[in-house]
Ligand binder design. Structure first.
Ligand SMILES: N[C@@H](CCC(=O)N[C@@H](CS)C(=O)NCC(=O)O)C(=O)O
Length: 217
């Protein structure tokens, strides 16, 4: 049995929920806003970032959402989320890194800045994050011209990384008309049942979004 320490509104938690939902893998949800669950979570991963997935039988803790690779080999779903062909595996991992390190990180920078005291805001950092999002949209626009999913023919771990990153990116730095391929890809992701379920589970928490959630999605 798997335990997931998570919060339904957390973007990185969606990245783990999506493959769990895709494969229909059962897990015990433990919300980190519940103090006993939070104490367990921090004991198991003192870095204290979520999600953290734990395989109870072996005691194996799997922090860092990209470690969903493990699910593919140990709790496989109907289709592999990490393809077998070495070149394609590398491409999936590259796209996963792109979505996390440049797109998602820039969204987090903008959101985190809204939580700072007025006197401690980092205007330059936010400006740089916005510039990075623009660069990411442009790169992805060209890439998605003739693709359905981020890497290879099927839905992969790269798309699990893309879904929450693009969902919230559009909230903080609208993708707009200049990037129709990115907009269409985001719409495909949002229509995927596993992604839709994660979005719907998070709906009750939208009032928590720093700066207010936009009236969309
Ligand atoms: N590198 C981590 C990032 C996870 C992450 O940033 N999670 C956020 C929630 S979406 C978090 O833990 N925020 C709490 C904090 O920053 O203190 C991963 O890939 O799982």
């Amino acid at each position: 049995m798997l335990t997931l320490y998570y919060h339904p509104f957390s973007s990185y938690c969606w990245k783990v929920l999506i493959p769990l939902y895709e494969a229909g893998t059962p897990f015990t949800p433990r919300r980190i806003d519940d103090p006993p669950a939070a104490a367990e979570w921090k004991r198991r991963w003192p870095i204290a970032r979520f999600p953290v997935l734990v395989e109870e039988e072996s005691g194996l803790a799997l922090p860092e959402a990209s470690i969903i690779e493990y699910l593919d080999s140990h709790y496989p779903g109907p289709q592999p989320m990490l393809p077998g062909e070495p070149g394609l595996r590398l491409e999936v991992r590259l796209l996963d890194r792109f979505f996390d390190n440049y797109l998602h990180a820039s969204v987090q920078k903008i959101v985190a800045d809204r939580l700072r005291d007025a006197g401690h805001r980092d205007a330059q950092g936010v400006e740089e994050a916005r510039a990075m999002l623009g660069t990411c949209y442009a790169w992805l626009e060209a890439r998605m011209a003739d693709r359905e999913w981020a890497a290879g023919p099927g839905f992969t771990i790269a798309d699990c990384a893309a879904a929450p990153a693009l969902f919230y990116a559009d909230w903080v730095h609208p993708i707009g008309d200049a990037f129709p391929n990115v907009t269409a890809y985001r719409a495909r992701l949002l229509a995927r049942p596993s992604v839709k379920r994660a979005i719907d589970d998070a709906r009750p928490f939208r009032a928590l979004f720093p700066g207010g959630a936009p009236d969309q999605d």
